[in-house]
Design a protein around this ligand. Structure first.
Ligand SMILES: Cc1ncc(COP(=O)(O)O)c(C=O)c1O
Length: 344
């Protein structure tokens, strides 16, 4: 077992034993290779470096209460990566290759898979880049698919620590009819200016609106939005948000728990009616949101504040949803959906 303070890992880069790579050339994928050095050799003319021909995924492996190792819904991540790659016109690994590499990277780095007791996990970062040298703007003909991993704890603060967020009215993360529904690195580059500004102002996350009308809620910079009112789980329906696998799982759990699931447009004004609000995504499952500030512009002093629940505590229904997903991931409760893949 690697020697870490497993209870205080945070969410940052840590060198592990190996990374895996697989190259696509002449119309086919080559063998999977394992490297102890995580520096890669890449042409300075690679399309990834000039035209952001890059997409990635994020998923997790867990050491369960029963000692078994589980990966959560890797087939969903494979399918989303394939959609991202298809949009950029580049080759994507098959679901089989994707999953084979997920399993192998976990096995080769098993010493870095946090112990169950720590409630930490191993984050997998599949990354696909256009790798052939090129000058003109066109889809890459050669690709490099990397499977990276790192042990991680909470994304920010502690697990389930409520966050204070701000609506971005003067900066969008996605364009109407753009790429917001795909996991392209370029989307994140586009969100950094507003994120940095909001961060300097003391906010933990930025909430973006639908870029066409700026009247409805889209999502946070690195997570989806959900709200709870009465017995309903409400989450935005929008073409410009990333279809979150965690959100999809929470919807299924909410239904299972007898809640009504509403996936629909969510007007900003509706915020005043919600009992609980949260961010959801692989890194956190759920981060409760205790406050959302709405400003005409991030830089302006004028604020309309929406508050939800308590600053130091996760809402009751969000907590129930969180515990169910976490319980499934750590093998504490039965997985009725068949979401977990076992690493033997
Ligand atoms: C913009 C954005 N939305 C939503 C999510 C959540 O998606 P998932 O639940 O698949 O991790 C992420 C990433 O985790 C993200 O980067």
């Amino acid at each position: 077992m690697a020697n870490f303070d497993w209870n205080n890992l945070g969410f940052s880069y840590r060198k592990t034993n190996t990374i895996l790579s697989c190259s696509y050339k002449d119309g086919q994928w080559g063998p999977v290779e394992s490297h102890t050095d995580d520096n890669i050799k890449l042409s300075a003319f690679a399309g990834a470096l000039h035209y952001s021909i890059e997409c990635f995924e994020g998923l997790k492996a867990f050491r369960g209460a029963d000692g078994k190792v589980r990966i959560f819904r890797p087939d969903e991540n494979a399918a989303r990566l394939q959609r991202s790659a298809a949009f950029m016109g580049i080759a994507a690994p098959s679901t089989e290759l994707f999953i084979e590499m997920c399993v192998r990277v976990v096995k080769e780095n098993i010493d870095f898979l946090p112990p169950y007791e720590s409630q930490a996990s191993m984050y997998l970062r599949p990354t696909l880049i256009g790798s052939n040298p090129q000058l003109g703007v066109k889809s890459s003909t050669e690709c490099l698919f990397l499977m990276l991993c790192a042990p991680v704890g909470a994304y920010t603060g502690g697990n389930l620590q409520p966050s204070c967020t701000v609506i971005s009215r003067d900066y969008d993360r996605a364009a109407p009819n753009g790429t917001g529904n795909l996991k392209l690195g370029s989307n994140y580059a586009a969100s950094l200016y507003s994120y940095n500004l909001a961060h300097k102002l003391g906010y933990e996350a930025v909430l973006y609106l639908d870029p066409l009308t700026h009247t409805c809620i889209d999502e946070f910079g690195s997570s989806n939005f959900f709200a709870i009112r009465d017995n309903s789980y409400i989450t935005p329906k929008s073409d410009t948000i990333l279809p979150s696998i965690t959100n999809k799982s929470l919807e299924a759990v909410a239904k299972e728990l007898g809640m009504t699931v509403e996936r629909r447009k969510v007007p900003v004004e509706e915020l005043s009616t919600f009992e609980e609000v949260g961010e959801c995504g692989t890194a956190v499952v759920i981060t409760p949101v205790y406050r959302i500030d709405d400003k005409p512009a991030l830089e302006s002093g004028e604020v309309t504040t929406y508050s939800f629940g308590q600053k130091d505590r996760c809402g009751e229904k969000s907590l129930k949803l969180y515990k169910t997903i976490r319980g499934i991931q750590y093998g504490e409760i039965e997985d009725p959906f068949g979401w977990c893949m076992f690493v033997e």
